[in-house]
Design a binder for this molecule. Structure first.
Ligand SMILES: *Cc1c(COP(=O)(O)O)cnc(C)c1O
Ligand SMILES: [Zn+2]
Length: 418
């Protein structure tokens, strides 16, 4: 397995220790595959056959596409909890909400085993770490990354370590991680300090780091677009819309689309829209300026906790993806996000606040005429409704997000029988 630096082009081996997370020049790494021997038509048939499987590695919605993700990884090293295989829905209230475009699909990554799309990438990263002989897995995060990491470590009976800045421990977010058995450790500093500490000390501690700069995470997350394309019989919609925080998902979407196009699985690239929360939108602001240089936001602030990131590490890859797909960006307010979430919840699909940013952003793009009503779109719903039950309490019981008439209509307070 090989990687190349996206900044200087240096080549690195990825099948030996120590694991490399970045190039010596500081650039992001990208896994490179030799697809010259791939027979796309044969592979399509293989993928189709695997969709009928159950209870085996290739029944996974990630490992089904192993040939395009980690062909060299020995099968016995791959860990799975039947991740991927998420539903693709057409919800009429949500289609109406975004402005009655021709067709809208929702890809519910919330149906992953730990409740978010992080499982698509984590299954591959943890498997890669196991292949290299690591016995401990670490990240600096309290959100869905740490839940996913600790779930896979628990399945393997291995240790997981999660670093949390002392000032940011919110029991609400770390409990799932605690339940899976991770060692959660607080420290004085920021997330960036935590990631730096891991970069400098993980190896001596025998630890494999699973934060999103790990290029294997990106390889695994490519399966989201592979599965979506497969579900749609390799005919993607005009637009794919997703929320952007650390921008790993945007980067993975770009790599996945580029693979599918190069191999002839799809004959046209969809346009991609990355939606950020207004209070944490450095990528959107860069794109709106027409700039190629991201200016970090020192104090990001949004209710959509999974998007509360001021310095998204994968922005250079996300920018390349935008250029490749003639993509666009948008930013939406927390009130808009919560209104869209209430609509998605009410449609019976449900999601966490960060995911609703995609739907809210699509509604904005339709209103601005950037997405036209006779186009089709798919929104990636990244995480589960149960990840943030406080958001439900705030909206429905406390009336905290009643910023619009529609939000008031969607409120569903609990009333006494009498
Ligand atoms: C991680 C996450 C995001 C943001 O994805 P990035 O790859 O960091 O841009 C959005 N929604 C949910 C639910 C997440 O867990
Ligand atoms: Zn480099």
């Amino acid at each position: 397995m090989r990687a190349e630096c996206t900044a200087c082009g240096a080549e690195l081996k990825m099948n030996e220790r120590p694991m490399r997370y970045q190039c010596a020049c500081g650039g992001l790494l990208r896994i490179v595959h030799d697809f010259s021997q791939v027979d796309s038509e044969r592979l399509k048939r293989v993928f189709d056959e695997r969709r009928g499987l159950r209870n085996c590695l290739y029944a996974s919605g990630v490992w089904r596409y192993k040939e395009l993700i980690a062909p060299e990884l020995p099968e016995r090293e791959a860990v799975t909890r039947n991740e991927g295989n998420t539903g693709l829905y057409e919800a009429e209230p949500v289609r109406q909400y975004v402005g009655a475009i021709r067709r809208l699909h929702l890809k519910a990554q919330s149906e992953n085993p730990s409740g978010s799309f992080k499982d698509n990438g984590m299954a591959v990263a943890v498997s890669h770490g196991r292949w290299l002989g690591y016995t401990s897995f670490a990240c600096a995060s309290t959100g869905n990354t740490s839940s996913s990491l600790s779930m896979y470590a628990a399945i393997l009976g291995k240790q997981s370590v999660v670093l949390v800045p002392g000032s940011e421990v919110s029991p609400n977010k770390v409990l799932q991680t605690v339940g899976y058995g991770a060692e959660v450790r607080t420290f004085a500093g920021t997330y960036d300090d935590g990631i730096r500490w891991l970069r400098d000390h993980a190896e001596e501690q025998g630890c494999y780091v699973c934060n999103s700069i790990n290029p294997l995470r990106i390889e695994g997350q490519k399966s989201i677009i592979f599965e979506l394309a497969h579900d749609m019989n390799w005919q993607l919609p005009d637009w794919i819309v997703l929320p952007g925080g650390a921008l790993s998902n945007a980067a993975a979407l770009g790599q996945g689309l580029s693979d599918l196009y190069a191999l002839g699985f799809i004959d046209k690239l969809p346009r991609v829209a990355v939606i950020q929360a207004e209070g944490a939108s450095p990528f959107h602001r860069m794109a709106a300026r027409g700039s190629q240089q991201l200016v970090p936001e020192p104090k990001p602030s949004t209710r959509a906790s999974a998007l509360n990131i001021g310095h998204p590490p994968s922005w250079p890859k996300a920018l390349r993806m935008l250029e490749m797909t003639s993509g666009v960006t948008a930013a939406v307010s927390d009130a808009e996000i919560m209104e869209a979430k209430a609509c998605i919840d009410r449609s019976g699909i449900g999601c966490e606040p960060a995911s609703a940013a995609a739907v809210s952003g699509l509604r904005k793009l339709v209103r601005e005429g950037i997405v036209s009503r006779d186009e089709t779109a798919a929104c990636i719903l990244t995480g589960s409704m149960l990840k943030d039950t406080d958001a439900l309490r705030e909206f429905h019981l406390e009336g905290k997000w009643r910023a619009s008439e529609l939000a008031s209509q969607l409120m569903n307070p609990i009333r006494s029988l009498a």
